[in-house]
Design a protein around this ligand. Structure first.
Ligand code: CO
Length: 168
């Protein structure tokens, strides 16, 4: 009889301890969630997305970022046409570059993904050429404050596919 009581007491003590453990774990999880929330806003990075379509158009004429920001830019080709027919890239030019001059030279540079090898100094950064349904993401440091031109270097596209990249 005595033995049975001891066993029961031991079981009671054990389950009581378990409860406390569970409570502690719950409290820890709550603290973690509260800490993670304020970290969402990060002005050091500018996340930019731009689309190109089968009508030879970008969906944005202007992109604004701030000097000193890291830019994470995604180009998405929302059309269905193949790269060889309706290829798009996103190329950011230096301020001294002439869009038409670069565009005409790029049209002759098929073997180099339509980036003219003798004009690479006119490009701050560029994505690769993509076709319908594809997307590409690049990361780069925003250049110094000013207004820059971006374009698609696929033959004949720059007339419609260009816009202003403004660094504030
Ligand atoms: Co294009």
């Amino acid at each position: 009889m005595k033995k049975l009581v001891v066993v029961c007491l031991a079981a009671l003590a054990f389950s009581c301890g378990e409860d406390k453990k569970e409570q502690k774990t719950e409290m820890k999880t709550e603290t973690k969630v509260e800490k993670a929330a304020p970290a969402a806003a990060d002005s050091k990075e500018a996340v930019v997305s731009i689309e190109g379509n089968d009508q030879m158009q970008f969906n944005k004429k202007e992109i604004r970022v701030k000097a000193g920001q890291k830019v994470k830019l995604t180009l998405k080709h929302v059309g269905k046409m193949e790269k060889a027919v309706m290829g798009h890239n996103w190329a950011l030019l230096t301020q001294d570059a002439d869009v038409a001059t670069v565009g005409n030279a790029a049209a002759m540079a098929k073997d180099n993904d339509y980036i003219p090898a003798d004009m690479t100094d006119k490009f701050i950064v560029h994505t690769k050429m993509i076709g319908g349904g594809e997307s590409v993401t690049i990361e780069f440091d925003a250049p110094e404050a000013g207004t820059y031109t971006y374009m698609c270097t696929f033959p004949g596209h720059y007339a419609l596919m260009q816009g202003k990249f403004i660094v504030e």
